[in-house]
Write a protein of this length. Structure first.
Ligand SMILES: C[S@@+](CC[C@H](N)C(=O)[O-])C[C@H]1O[C@@H](n2cnc3c(N)ncnc32)[C@H](O)[C@@H]1O
Length: 218
């Protein structure tokens, strides 16, 4: 098992670095409507984005975070829902300028249902068009080097299927950008720009990244 001391997290630092890079790219946060589909209590990064944007909507599956969310984000529209199910089952969704996808790692959801057993952002990323008017900035978590991976053969299987790659224990950033560039192009977007910022190091190796893609419908 992994010693947690091997993990070097950059939660706030990573978010601030991402925001600086997006500001340099010309993103004008104060004009933009934002939605986070994995809210928790919002203290990890929603709180940082919420101070910058025009409006922040937050979705979270677990009722236990509702009061905290309402307390922390009194101006926000907060929904306690299964985001993935909602995204898959609805043709019309709120149009936003920034979509935050602070996806959990590994598999999550209902263990006893294949349909509601989710993995990272894989079950919803192909549906992002539903949120988009003309342009959308999509920010999601990408794990290029999972730790304790041998303990999770199902996770490995899902990652191999999604990335169409058998070496998902050590994916390069180049491979991943190429993969998402092709995916978003296939979905009907032009890529205005794309960047990544490390969120977590494991044994000094960059493991989890923010991937940010600014997309425009073709
Ligand atoms: C990484 S945390 C989010 C942290 C949050 N973005 C912040 O800034 O504090 C992931 C959250 O996703 C929630 N979650 C898991 N599955 C979900 C689903 N299907 N729909 C909505 N939320 C879900 C979990 O309950 C957990 O609170």
């Amino acid at each position: 098992m992994t010693d947690m001391q091997d993990l070097d997290t950059r939660w706030e630092k990573g978010t601030n670095e991402l925001i600086s890079r997006l500001l340099e790219k010309g993103i004008k946060f104060s004009n933009l409507k934002c939605l986070e589909i994995f809210g928790r209590d919002g203290t990890w990064h929603v709180s940082i984005f919420a101070k910058l944007v025009k409006s922040m909507e937050i979705w979270e599956i677990d009722e236990k975070w509702k009061d905290e969310l309402q307390k922390n984000f009194s101006k926000s529209d907060i929904k306690i829902i299964d985001s993935i199910k909602t995204i898959k089952n609805n043709l019309e969704l709120p149009k936003v300028d920034i979509l935050l996808i602070d996806n959990p790692m590994n598999l999550y959801g209902n263990e006893n249902s294949q349909e509601n057993r989710y993995c990272e952002h894989f079950d919803m990323i192909e549906e992002i068009k539903k949120f988009c008017n003309k342009k959308i900035l999509v920010i999601f978590n990408v794990n290029r080097h999972p730790f304790d991976y041998n303990l999770y053969p199902e996770w490995r299987k899902r990652r191999e299927q999604f990335y169409m790659n058998t070496e998902t224990d050590n994916l390069s950033i180049e491979f991943l950008h190429k993969f998402y560039e092709q995916l978003f192009e296939k979905l009907g977007f032009n890529i205005i720009f794309n960047i990544n910022v490390t969120r977590v190091f494991f044994k000094k190796i960059d493991m989890t990244h923010y991937f940010a893609y600014y997309l425009e419908l073709k």
